[in-house]
Design a protein around this ligand. Sequence first.
Ligand SMILES: *Cc1c(COP(=O)(O)O)cnc(C)c1O
Length: 339
Amino acid sequence: MKDIDWGSLGFGYVQTDKRFVANFKDGAWDEGALVDDPMVTMSECAGVLQYAQTCFEGLKAYRTEDGRIVTFRPDLNAARMADSCRRLEMPVFPEDKWVEAVVETIKANIDFVPPYGSGATLYIRPYMFGINPVIGVKPANDYQFRVFCTPVGPYFKGGVKPITIRVSDFDRAAPNGTGHIKAGLNYAMSLHAIVDAHNQGFAENMYLDPKTRTKVEETGGANFIFITKDGTLVTPKSDSILPSITRRSLCVVAEKYLGMKVEHREVFFDEIKDFAECGLCGTAAVISPVGKVVDHGNEICFPAGMEEMGPWTKKLYDTLTGIQMGRLEAPEGWLVEIK
Ligand SMILES: *Cc1c(COP(=O)(O)O)cnc(C)c1O
């Protein structure tokens, strides 16, 4: 293992030894290879620089309790990136090779996988972009697919605390737009909203559906989960929400491990005051509990309070992280071991 102070790592870029690079040229992908050079060289007129033709994924590798190195459901990331590519008129990198590239990149940087129990993980970032010169608005001809990884620290230092979020007046996605894919452009347009939220003292934005502004969608980078007073897990359904792998996994955990009822349906903003618990879910934090939602000065406080996770959220969190860390048996195919 590298000599890194794992406990004090933040969520920032640390350059590791190797990265995977494949190129799409003349209508075909090359084999791709692991390389040393972390720099990307491209035309000043590259498609990605002019018209933001790029998409990405994010997943983690970590050590389990019994000392294995694993990654979590990479096949779903591969499938989601394929969907992103199709929507952005980019060539799909074959899903099986995609998973192989991720595994090879982890293997090549194995000494950067943090120790079990440190809370730190190896974050893996696959991404693709149009690389040849594009000046008329059209898809690029040539693309590059890369995978790098970087060790990141525990998301919550000094324990998990519920956050306060606000209802945003900005939209993150258009109806029939690109909200359901992991496109860089969705993040570019959310930056102003998140900086503004932080300036006003809020941790995140709750985005409502852009068409009617009556239904809960998601935050800039995490899906919502709600728990009813009788212990049902409710997750918002909409075509403009990014299908979180963490959220989909939590729904399985709730039903199969905890015997909870699960509903994936439209959630009206008006009904959230009746929920017992609220959280945000995504790869980075797994679940961040939400204690309070502020809607233009009107506060909605969840009964679980501002001190700790609600009891159902905690059960979901402990069970999913238990599966990820090898303390509980994982459903078939969820953990891919790096050997
Ligand atoms: C990546 C992402 C998520 C979380 O997805 P996971 O697969 O759980 O990491 C949620 N919302 C948005 C907008 C995202 O980009």
